[in-house]
Ligand binder design. Structure first.
Ligand code: KG4
Ligand code: ZN
Length: 363
């Protein structure tokens, strides 16, 4: 019997970075997803003073609250563990301490209640979220932009990912965070830079548009970051108006660079999926919350005959509902998984993608 012959109920657990998440979702026989509960506890306060995520503090903070969060998620959903079909847990990529907290907890609950425990790739959680929120099934072209990852992937099916582009240096969220740090705007930087950019002069500083026109859909943000740093020190001391203009000019450079890279990826994707019904662009990950980026993607999609699909802001950032959903999609398809799996700090979605020169661990 296929696991999709009846509704499935999945508990999801997310601990890969600085958000602890527990959620319960239902996947009906017809593939429709419903979030029954979704609790996210951000560790913002624990890391704020350091201007970035401190791995040991993150792992400890996950330990301190994960049990309570799971209890609360089960209670909110009105469910007992015995009502569940399976548990899905982020097993990578991410900070190894946090991943261990989540995977060990999931395995313990699975053992006690005799439930399957499905290891989920965090990036697959982001990649499949539009299936939960809008019922959008692959194939589609995916822009995945978060604090640790910046990739364009052709999503051919659940579990079938082809990387078309990746960053050679910083992730896009990281570029936002570093810009905010440099300008003293606080952490996490993305929302701060976006706020300061409102009302700023987009054209005051002609920052570089990295990788423009290159044949592959790769990204690079370290040159842009440096250009901003040099510009900021040239006009220091910075007044509020300068900060607004720097943020606005940075955001424009980013959106133009990303749009150019997506155009390149769209050409490759159309070659793989000539049927116009497959011409869908999905954006996911924390940076997909950025309104300037969303509107640039909307224009680009319309220009090229694609539809655009972006999860609601609350589901763009890290959460356990997306992990539960990815687990459900795997569970109903009976996709194989390792029962005695280990947490993996590095876990590319496309195992066949070559490492790009200079890309470090982020490829
Ligand atoms: O997906 P996510 O919550 O965590 C990771 O898996 O990394 O993404 C977090 C990243 C951070 O770098 C944050 O600054 C960025 O997403 N971000 C934004 C916005 N909201 C969050 N970047 C730009 N504009 C935003 N509105
Ligand atoms: Zn994420």
């Amino acid at each position: 019997m296929l696991n999709s012959d009846k509704p499935v109920y999945i508990l999801g657990i997310e601990t890969s970075c600085d958000e602890t998440g527990a959620a319960v979702i239902k996947r009906a026989q017809n593939g429709q997803g419903t979030i029954l509960s979704n609790i996210v506890r951000s560790q913002l306060r624990e890391h704020e003073a350091f201007g970035g995520v401190v791995p040991e503090i993150a792992a400890r903070a996950h330990i301190e609250c994960l049990d309570r969060l799971i209890d609360a998620a089960m209670r909110d959903a009105g469910m007992e563990f015995t009502d569940l079909s399976a548990i899905a847990v982020t097993a990578g990529p991410g900070l190894i301490g946090g991943l261990l907290v989540g995977t060990v907890t999931a395995k313990a609950i699975g053992m006690v209640h005799d439930l399957p425990v499905i290891p989920v790739n965090h990036l697959e959680g982001h990649a499949l979220t539009v299936g939960l929120t809008e019922g959008i099934d692959p194939p589609y072209l995916l822009l995945l932009v978060s604090g640790g990852h910046t990739q364009i992937l052709a999503v051919h099916g659940v579990g079938k990912y082809q990387r078309l582009g990746t960053t050679l240096d910083d992730a896009l969220g990281e570029a936002f965070d570093k810009t905010a740090k440099l300008l003293g705007l606080g952490f996490p930087g993305g929302p701060q830079v976006e706020r300061w950019a409102e009302g700023g002069n987009w054209n005051r500083f002609p920052f570089p548009r990295p990788m423009l026109g290159r044949p592959e859909a790769h990204f690079s943000f370290s040159g842009l970051k440096n250009a901003l740093r040099l510009q900021a020190s040239k006009i220091a001391p910075l007044h509020d108006g300068d900060i607004r203009d720097l943020c606005a000019s940075f955001q424009l450079a980013v959106t133009e660079a990303v749009s150019d890279r997506i155009k390149t990826a769209m050409n490759a994707y159309i070659g793989m999926h000539p049927d116009r019904a497959a011409w869908r662009l999905v954006a996911a990950g924390g940076v997909a919350a950025n309104k300037a980026l969303r509107s640039a993607l909307m224009n680009l999609a319309q220009e090229r005959g694609f539809t655009l699909h972006v999860p609601p802001v609350a589901l763009c950032g890290d959460n356990a509902a997306m992990v539960a959903w990815a687990g459900a999609e795997r569970f109903v398809r009976n996709l194989p998984y390792e029962r005695d799996f280990s947490a993996r700090a590095r876990w590319p979605l496309d195992d066949n993608a070559p490492r790009t020169i200079g890309a470090g661990v982020k490829a």
